[in-house]
Design a protein around this ligand. Structure first.
Ligand SMILES: Nc1ncnc2c1ncn2[C@@H]1O[C@H](COP(=O)(O)OP(=O)(O)O)[C@@H](O)[C@H]1O
Ligand SMILES: Cc1ncc(COP(=O)(O)OP(=O)(O)O)c(N)n1
Length: 286
């Protein structure tokens, strides 16, 4: 059997908690071989983003072609894409190499407020890239920007998911990190009408840098191993919960999550692990 390969197309985070670094650490943790194409380089730490530089288009294309010519990734994840031109190049590569399992994390703004996708590129993202996606994983602000709909409660959350599906997206996971309440609930809905939610206790922590990247990288890794969507979502939710629950306490700001925590603590026995296990609820997403 060949070892599963997952590709991440994303920006570098010098602080190691998000971006390419989070993706590759997560792929390794989940037993898939990670390959990468860098779209941008950020000077970033737990306090924020200090500088961003885009990778020259020809160099991005060369990376995508190098991967496409020699590897067969069974799942591809996109993260920070930065601008419209980069999005167009990524779409061309997806077509050229027939990458079919594509997870789009529509990264737009870093936690500290720094823009990671030009405003004018949101349309390219929704028009060109989202139709190629198997699953799109927005947080609440990203969902609002993509649909133009405000999310204030459960019914508006569902309406925005339906609106995204109407625009041709295959499946969406609306992440719950930016919402309030005792549970961090992620909602799944797809074109076939399948829906479920995944909830874990909301942890009171500011060590949340890279939660979105890490969650969608874990999802990508499980799909690269050909696991079912439900199984992949459940592992991804457990993975991010453990990564948040056992922080490393690095840096003076929003510290990174602990990418090894699920392997080290999350699969063992014991009260803590049981208490944090996600509640998978099937049926109507309220
Ligand atoms: N405080 C928290 N406690 C538990 N889970 C959380 C918390 N914050 C975020 N999550 C989970 O982390 C994942 C990423 O969500 P989110 O933080 O919304 O993404 P992003 O980093 O893109 O803003 C989701 O599974 C979400 O439910
Ligand atoms: C290079 C890079 N890519 C993506 C992000 C955003 O990651 P995310 O997981 O959404 O985490 P926060 O920025 O919300 O902590 C990033 N910061 N840098």
């Amino acid at each position: 059997m060949t070892y599963p390969v997952a590709l991440t197309i994303a920006g570098s985070d010098s602080g190691g908690g998000a971006g390419i670094q989070a993706d590759l650490k997560t792929f390794q943790e989940r037993g898939v071989f990670g390959v990468s194409a860098l779209t941008a380089v950020t000077a970033q730490n737990t306090l924020g983003v200090q500088r961003v530089g885009m990778v020259e288009p020809a160099l991005l294309k060369a990376q995508l072609d190098s991967i496409g010519a020699d590897f067969q990734p069974t799942a591809v994840k996109t993260g920070m894409l930065g601008d419209s031109f980069t999005i167009e190049q990524v779409v061309q590569a997806i077509d050229a190499y027939s990458w079919t399992t594509v997870i789009v994390d529509p990264v737009m703004v870093a936690k500290g407020g720094h823009t990671l996708l030009e405003q004018e590129a949101i349309e390219s993202l929704t028009q060109l890239l989202l139709p190629k996606a198997s699953i799109v994983t927005p947080n609440v602000p990203e969902m609002e920007l993509m649909t133009g709909l405000k999310i204030e409660g459960d019914s508006s959350a569902r309406k925005s998911m339906e609106a995204l599906l109407k625009s041709g997206v295959t499946a969406v996971i609306l992440k719950g990190g930016h919402r309030t309440g005792p549970l961090a609930t992620d909602l799944y809905l797809d074109q076939s009408g399948r829906e479920f939610s995944l909830s874990t206790p909301r942890l009171a922590t500011h060590q949340t840098h890279g939660t979105g990247c890490t969650f969608s990288a874990a999802l990508t890794a499980e799909l690269a191993k050909d696991h079912s969507v439900e199984a992949a979502c459940t592992v991804a939710k457990r993975f991010i919960q453990a990564a948040l629950q056992y922080p490393l306490s690095l840096g003076a700001g929003h510290g990174p999550t602990h990418h090894a925590a699920y392997r080290v603590y999350g699969q063992g026995e014991g009260e803590k692990q049981d208490a944090q296990a996600p509640i998978l609820h099937y049926g109507h997403v309220r």
